[in-house]
Ligand binder design. Structure first.
Ligand code: MGD
Ligand code: MGD
Ligand code: MO
Length: 752
């Protein structure tokens, strides 16, 4: 049933005075005053820990308070004084816990000791570490085929733990390494590898703050999800850069910014950010960028040599003629309705583009989670290539990553389709032959579970049941496994919809001190701009029984294989792992020395550093992308799923979404007022959301309609409540990323 959400008008600016107050309130409530001070002053500092929230890079000149409101919430959430211990599990049956909300589950506090749910058990019971690891090892060893196991990773895992984990999976004999990236920037990685030859962004923080003349922000909500990006955008504005925001929602942080770290920001009216705002239709970006590229071509034809960077195209690119032929065939009458924009608005955007000598395009989930996501991002690569906007200051592609180490995990080999060169290096370092056939990604793992082809699931962080699409399908799929084991910091729904037998393996968080036989350890992470740096835990561990992720993974390695790969020495001293990484992963020479320098070091990037494009043809590639948009039948809407200001993915910190004017509830659906009227409904009415797909309908009951400024035909609701609506088979072509930002739905007045 609908909750008690209260609705007021959305905010126009983000990150002002209220943010500071909000972050402190949360911190004090979870940690108390002493721990709050200690924790927050160590966040993102050279000898402190990397903020466990987003992957935005740290500036060279760090402030005393180098964290944002949402970073403070993430720290407080991890460093809370509340505990979920054996007595808690004795008092609450699994059925009882299933009836609680996600917010309630995680609010109970930190997990403190390993817990076991025996087959048929109604409750979790304490289990020792050795018994727990032996249980997983025993079940794995009994499998007739290593591909009947899957090893999931969420993007908070450190480089060291990730490296050890992929080593474990491959030594065991499988590439079944699904990760959260499969649901996140996989489409970006896929499209950029095809076009630029590297699956990462090509800009650094200075390109945005100091050099770019135009910054285009597409399908990203930095005010909520990357608040420290606003500081870089404000710096860019101050030196005269222009900003264009492309988004179906007028997000507060895109329109205006109030910097809580500068006095002027506190007192003044805030900085206007976006010079142009394009309210594109959900899923309209491929059509939009196709139209933009077509107009650029027309303008070049009208005044040859003035619009395109011909020298760059001739020297560094492949496939221009075919792409140009594609653009000249485009029909604006077909394109414009897909975008929901008028041609004049698109022409005005192109005016900004041709006036700027250097352009950075930033994007996030608003582009990656659609059926045509890969084509959309390839079209943005085309857009950048046309004016030579890659590999020079202030220009390039900037997929803004999500989890704080999701990019690093991939660099460490958490990937179901590893490159042959990586596997060769692993073989040479460790002396065994890693499996070569591709493994399952996240969606294929769920399919395999559903069909009874996976027996053992291990989750290194994350909340697989809640983060994945098609919640009911995934729950049933998980329940077909023989054993599911989750390495976690907090209780979540993945501990409640488990295999016949289940384990919770509680681990240290990034804020906590990690002391091993070889002394106090630190770990390393890679941010969104390929900077690798150290993270030192500072707080006392949440319980004496917690183990680090590295210790758990290597402990499982030892339980499975004995000492053959040196698991214990890795666990005792993480420098041993870093030496392995140095020899296996390119770009990590002198890892130990360089990572201890303030700020760390940057990984090499051919397109960014030297306009070297390591594609199959050795050049950057233009691609031909047929514009398309999801077909929405009459009486239906295209639903995107977004994060509120009070959550980190499936972790719901609170029930408010301040910038969008929502208080005390999450069961809301944002709809254009014209659609509400046309559908014969009214603002505030409670409806069921029903998604329509070839294999049948899915229903999410009890959502309150909120009239909102989003284009006609579009709707938005919160992730993960709306995941139940996203069909498992609705994925991006090429990347297999769930299309969780384009689900066709209808609204049905709630019964009774
Ligand atoms: N505080 C906080 N920080 C986070 C997270 C968090 O949950 N909380 N999550 C982290 C993670 S893992 C990630 S991946 C990132 C996510 O960062 P974002 O991608 O900013 O997160 P979303 O809330 O999914 O927002 C997507 C944005 O894209 C817009 N959008 C939706 N569909 C379309 C479309 O078709 N076209 C265009 N142009 N725009 C569209 C939405 O209106 C919204 O503004 O943030 C990271 N940082
Ligand atoms: N509909 C819809 N679905 C989506 C998205 C969307 O926009 N819409 N976004 C997708 C995206 S971008 C992503 S990245 C995924 C996120 O998918 P996941 O990464 O799987 O989910 P999280 O919610 O980040 O995981 C939260 C859990 O991680 C555990 N945890 C927290 N810190 C640590 C730690 O330090 N170590 C360990 N071992 N565990 C820890 C806690 O137990 C917590 O409950 O969701 C995807 N799903
Ligand atoms: Mo993400």
């Amino acid at each position: 049933m609908a909750d008690e959400a209260k609705v007021s008008s959305p905010k126009r600016s983000a990150a002002g005075v209220p943010s500071v107050a909000h972050s402190l309130r949360q911190a004090l409530a979870e940690m108390g005053p002493r721990r709050s001070l200690q924790a927050l002053l160590a966040t993102n500092q050279t000898h402190g820990f990397d903020c466990p929230s987003c992957a935005w890079p740290d500036p060279d000149d760090r402030k005393t308070a180098e964290f944002c409101e949402n970073g403070a919430k993430a720290v407080a959430w991890e460093a809370t004084r509340k505990r979920v211990d054996a007595a808690f599990f004795a008092a609450h049956s699994i059925d009882d816990l299933r009836a609680r909300t996600d917010h309630w589950l995680e609010s109970q506090g930190r997990l403190t000791e390993p817990m076991h749910r025996p087959a048929g058990g109604t409750h979790y019971q304490p289990i020792g570490w050795d018994a727990a690891l032996a249980l997983v090892a025993g079940r794995l060893r009994a499998l007739p085929d290593p591909n009947r196991a899957a090893f999931y990773t969420s993007g908070r895992t450190s480089n060291e733990a990730a490296f050890a984990y992929q080593l474990l999976a491959r030594r065991f004999g499988t590439n079944n390494l699904p990760d959260c990236s499969n649901m996140c920037h996989e489409s970006s990685g896929f499209a950029l590898t095809q076009t630029l030859g590297i699956g990462k962004g090509t800009v650094r923080l200075v390109d945005i703050a100091d050099h770019a003349e135009l910054i285009v922000i597409v399908g990203q909500n930095p005010g909520t999800n990357h608040p420290r990006m606003l500081t870089a955008l404000e710096a860019a504005k101050r030196r005269g850069a222009r900003i264009v925001a492309i988004n179906p929602l007028p997000e507060a942080g895109l329109i205006k910014f109030r910097n809580p770290q500068s006095t002027r920001g506190l007192a003044g009216p805030g900085t206007k950010l976006a010079d142009q705002y394009l309210p594109v239709r959900v899923n309209g970006d491929l059509a939009l960028f196709s139209a933009v590229n077509r107009i650029l071509l027309e303008r070049e034809d009208a005044a040859p040599g003035t619009v395109l960077d011909r020298d760059f195209i001739d020297e560094y690119c492949d496939g221009f003629d075919a792409a140009a032929a594609g653009w000249s065939k485009l029909d604006f009458a077909g394109l414009l309705p897909m975008t929901g924009l008028a041609r004049e608005a698109i022409e005005a955007f192109v005016d900004e583009v041709v006036a700027a000598r250097s352009i950075v395009v930033c994007w996030a989930m608003g582009l990656t989670q659609h059926r045509n996501a890969v084509a959309t991002i390839r079209e943005i690569a085309n857009f950048l290539l046309l004016r030579g906007n890659v590999g020079r200051p202030g220009a390039g592609a900037c997929p803004v990553r999500g989890h704080s180490n999701v990019q690093g995990d991939r660099t460490m080999g958490i990937f179901e389709r590893p490159a042959a060169s990586f596997l060769d290096a692993l073989r040479d370092e460790f002396g065994f032959d890693p499996p070569r056939e591709p493994g399952y990604d996240t969606v294929d793992t769920i399919r395999a579970m559903r069909e009874g082809r996976i027996d053992v699931f291990v989750g290194l962080g994350g909340n697989f049941v809640r983060a994945t699409p098609d919640t009911n399908t995934t729950k049933a799929a998980m329940e077909r496994c023989a054993l599911t084991a989750q390495v976690s910091t907090k209780l979540n729904r993945s501990h409640l919809h488990t295999g016949r037998e289940a384990l919770i393996l509680p681990c240290l968080g990034r804020t906590e001190r990690d002391v091993r036989a070889g002394g106090e350890q630190f770990v390393t992470v890679e941010d969104s701009m390929s900077m690798v740096h150290a993270s030192h835990g500072r707080l006392a561990p949440g319980s004496p029984h917690l183990r680090s992720e590295v210790a758990i993974v290597t402990g499982l390695g030892g339980a499975l294989f004995g000492e053959e790969l040196g698991w214990t020495s890795m666990a005792d001293d993480y420098r041993v792992i870093r030496r392995h990484i140095e020899r296996v992963v390119p770009g990590f020479h002198a890892f130990e020395e360089r990572v201890e320098q303030p700020g760390g070091f940057v990984l090499p990037n051919g397109p960014r550093d030297s306009r070297t494009f390591p594609t199959a043809v050795g050049k950057a590639r233009f691609t031909v992308n047929e514009p398309s948009a999801v077909d929405v039948p009459a009486g239906h809407l295209l639903l995107q799923t977004v994060r509120s200001h009070d959550q980190f993915n499936t972790t719901v910190y609170g029930l408010d979404d301040r910038y969008r004017g929502i208080k005390g509830g999450r069961q809301v659906v944002f709809v254009n007022a014209d659609d509400v009227r046309a559908l014969g409904l009214r603002d505030g009415q409670v409806v069921d959301l029903v998604s329509v797909w070839a294999d049948g309908e899915r229903r999410a009951p009890g959502f309150r309609i909120v009239e909102y400024a989003t284009p006609v035909g579009c709707a938005a609701a919160y992730f993960p409540e709306a995941n139940v609506l996203v069909p498992l088979d609705s994925t991006a072509e090429g990347s297999n990323t769930p299309a969780s930002k384009s689900t066709v739905i209808r609204l049905e007045p709630a019964q009774g």
